[in-house]
Design a protein around this ligand. Structure first.
Ligand SMILES: NC(=O)c1ccc[n+]([C@@H]2O[C@H](COP(=O)([O-])OP(=O)(O)OC[C@H]3O[C@@H](n4cnc5c(N)ncnc54)[C@H](O)[C@@H]3O)[C@@H](O)[C@H]2O)c1
Length: 455
């Protein structure tokens, strides 16, 4: 299917169109990844066609609005007005595209196997609309082999020779929603293609709007780069979460231990414990690799162990709440508990896979009356039920038996919470440097008094 024989004119024409910005770029999937990428391509001077199956997303974008926190509506509006960007549910518009980037979801099935249905649907759409000279780049995080085994064969089935008639690459997205420093443009981008020409063309495409390109020799290497990055985070978060449990049992403050370890100028990288992991990436992506390796009869033990520890953290936090209420001679059953922060991480409005949802569910299973406050999230849909957030008032805090800090948003006034609540279980260590006023604060690893030194 792939070939070393390159039709110089097909490749040269596409390269020229990329270089002089006359190429039209298609982006399939306009979510957290696809929309910022589409905007960067449009800002670089290309005409960009964003294709999404969601009518709501497309009409919102065409109305000059944005559903992604990191992409200002004003930017979308200016690009739509200037004719640089269009969002459409009409797949056939992609027929005009010289290059197509695919950024659709890669969730897990109920049995925690890869759900490839979105990637397959997008690959089929790109294939139907491709023409001689089209470059197709997959951005969705996936198992090694997807680009060569799913995307390239779809194009080959239409009679294209990959590397000659059409070009195929994998380039993982590294966007970090809410990061004030690193965005799509200034985050180095890894690119791996089926043939050297595929790598060259994809590198040329992305270098038009991204500062640094890191070419690797194959799509499999590029697919694995992303999985290594996210597995690295999952494993290290799992390690510090286990350290929090260890410290709790030893009566040592885990935050003090980590902060002191982080003063080592080499050989240590700081990770912090918490109530568990969330989002579309860290809890899911490593399972793509674990699944692939199971098919090769290999068990990825680090991945499985980290996942096991991280997924137990919501229960560990709820156990802390139960113990803390017990000290106040209260049962969880019937207690009013406020969950502070439901986003999966600070300063963003995304609840996907958030550990807060598990904390709420576990508390409710024990009979607590649970409410939540999150400055970024007014309401949450969980198990088909819509739950509205509450305002953070002195009266509400005073009426609450326990506050559980799950997400450490910067905009919350934690001193106000300290001044009015009676009990705070702080899974993020946000209370550490505040003035101890009314509330009793319980940390993830509460330091118990150590035994006196005996001779
Ligand atoms: N969100 C992140 O922080 C992040 C970071 C790096 C990588 N990723 C990866 O990027 C990929 C996309 O994630 P996301 O967070 O942008 O997802 P998302 O859910 O925010 O957006 C995906 C979009 O694709 C659309 N879509 C679904 N199927 C489609 C189809 N067949 N055709 C056209 N549009 C379709 C959906 O309507 C949605 O608007 C995933 O593989 C994810 O793992 C995400």
């Amino acid at each position: 299917m792939a070939t070393d024989r390159t039709d110089r004119s097909t490749k040269a024409q596409l390269l020229q169109r990329i270089q002089d910005r006359t190429a039209t770029i298609g982006v399939i999937g306009l979510g957290y990844v696809g929309l910022p990428l589409a905007v960067e391509f449009a800002k670089a001077g290309f005409h960009v066609i964003g294709y999404d199956v969601s009518e709501r997303v497309c009409s919102l974008l065409m109305g000059g609005d944005s559903h992604i926190q990191d992409v200002p509506a004003s930017e979308v509006a200016a690009l739509v007005r200037g004719g640089k960007f269009e969002a459409t549910t009409d797949e056939s518009r992609l027929a005009r595209a010289d290059a197509i980037s695919i950024a659709v979801p890669t969730p897990l099935s109920k049995t925690r196997d890869p759900d490839m249905s979105y990637v397959i649907a997008a690959a089929n759409a790109a294939t139907r609309q491709a023409h001689r000279g089209t470059l197709v780049a997959l951005e969705s995080t996936t198992y090694p082999g997807t680009t060569r085994e799913v995307l390239a064969p779809a194009l080959a089935e239409r009679g294209f020779v990959v590397g000659e008639d059409v070009f195929v690459a994998f380039s993982p997205e590294r966007v970090d929603p809410g990061n004030p420093v690193y965005h799509t443009k200034n985050t180095p981008k890894v690119v791996g293609g089926i043939t050297p020409d595929c790598i060259e063309l994809a590198s040329a495409l992305y270098s038009s709007c991204i500062d640094t390109i890191v070419p690797v020799s194959s799509p499999e290497a590029a697919e694995l780069v992303k999985l290594l990055e996210n597995t690295f985070r999952s494993v290290n978060i799992g390690l510090v979460n286990e350290m929090a449990i260890v410290c709790d049992k030893l009566g040592v403050d885990v935050w003090e231990v980590i902060d002191a370890a982080a003063t080592k100028p080499f050989g240590f990288m700081k990770f912090t414990p918490g109530p568990g992991i969330g989002g579309h990436c860290i809890p899911l992506d490593p399972h793509y690799l674990a699944w692939k390796m199971r098919t090769l009869n290999y068990k990825t033990r680090f991945i499985d162990l980290a996942s096991e520890i991280n997924s137990q953290m919501p229960a560990f936090v709820v156990e802390k709440v139960a113990h803390a209420l017990n000290l106040d001679r209260k049962a969880v059953n019937g207690s009013k508990v406020l969950v502070l922060g439901v986003a999966y991480k600070r300063d963003i409005d995304d609840v996907r896979e958030s550990p807060a949802l598990d904390v709420i569910r576990l508390l409710e299973e024990l009979g607590a009356e649970v409410s939540f406050h999150d400055p970024y999230i007014p309401a949450v849909r969980e198990d088909g039920r819509m739950r509205e957030g509450v305002d953070l008032t002195s009266q509400m805090l005073a009426d609450t038996d326990a506050v559980v800090v799950v997400t450490d948003h910067h905009s919350v006034d934690y001193q106000f919470v300290m001044d009015h609540a009676s009990l705070i279980v702080d899974s993020r260590n946000v209370m550490r440097n505040l003035v101890q006023t009314k509330a009793r604060v319980v940390s993830l690893s509460a330091a118990a008094p150590l035994s006196p030194v005996t001779a």
